[in-house]
Design a protein around this ligand. Sequence first.
Ligand SMILES: *Cc1c(COP(=O)(O)O)cnc(C)c1O
Length: 359
Amino acid sequence: MEFTQIPHPSPTPAEAREEALKTPGFGMLFSDHMVTIDYDEAKGGWHSASVGPREALSLDPAASVLHYAQEIFEGMKAYKQADGGIALFRPEENAKRFNRSADRLAMPNLPEELFLEAVKQLVAIDRDWFPSVDGGSLYLRPFMIATEAFLGVRPAKQYKFLVIASPAGSYFKGGVKPVSIWQSEYTRAAPGGTGAAKCGGNYAASLVPTGQAFAKGHDQVLFLDAVERKWIEELGGMNLFFVFDDGRVITPPLTGTILPGITRESLIALLREEGLTVSEEMYSIDQWREDSASGKLLETMACGTAAVVTPVGKVASADGEFEIGSGGPGQMTMKIREKLVGIQNGTIEDTHGWVMKLD
Ligand SMILES: *Cc1c(COP(=O)(O)O)cnc(C)c1O
């Protein structure tokens, strides 16, 4: 599919852009362009791909996405390489997961090559939007919405796929700090639900528990399983790993209620390379508390594209709180974090074929 190129009539002046790129924050600053591709069942599927100025959308007020939340998204980053080039990290995995999410939300699949081409087109046109700060990257947000004007409850017949870009600074100001998490009484996903799909609806339901965590002074919310309310699932937007004193590492299994993180899958491989025994195994909140107290559990790390690898220092709930290790960042957490960041930035050799260099 050919992408129509529509140059921005009034791009951000270089001076203003460079100033903004000194303090990008996360998710607040946006580049000048966006990609859009339309889908219409009656027109044979995907059509009219373009990369043009980032602008407001025009939607019919009856568009399905506004009423029944037929929406999915991805989160990925383009990284400035040590040699000055730009690279993506396992973007094919984002393309595949996007289609798995589409399947669950009764939305059309987007050919993987088209997903990748869309992302590459946006990075190419907005290549001047990389933050100038250390650890900065260009966060990419591909997403799809149901645009058909129809209030009946059935899958829509018209959709729009878009990609926008947001320069992102290092998630951590002044070094990697262990996060404090709040164990919520709310659940995120039930068996048979949409927990494994990256859809906005999951996030809408997590906002009250996340707000409670923030109000109590914590950084993130922890969700337990919806059936027994004892098995650890994940944080609001990050997967978890538990590191033990005998070289074992546990991460919760993908039973359909957890988002299958690409960082999670990458960490399983990297931890095994360190000689650790990684198993995908259920782990309960009670066992976590007990193993932390006995010293068997050395470290807990949370991972995802946005924050990469983050140490968990403290867990609090209505029943009280406990600390993990010394409360500071663990050795393995920092080692794995540096390795992953090094691969993404091109300073450590990519032996897995994870990095896709762009020209
Ligand atoms: C995106 C996401 C993750 C992390 O996935 P990555 O592919 O590693 O970025 C974890 N949990 C939830 C709920 C998510 O939406």
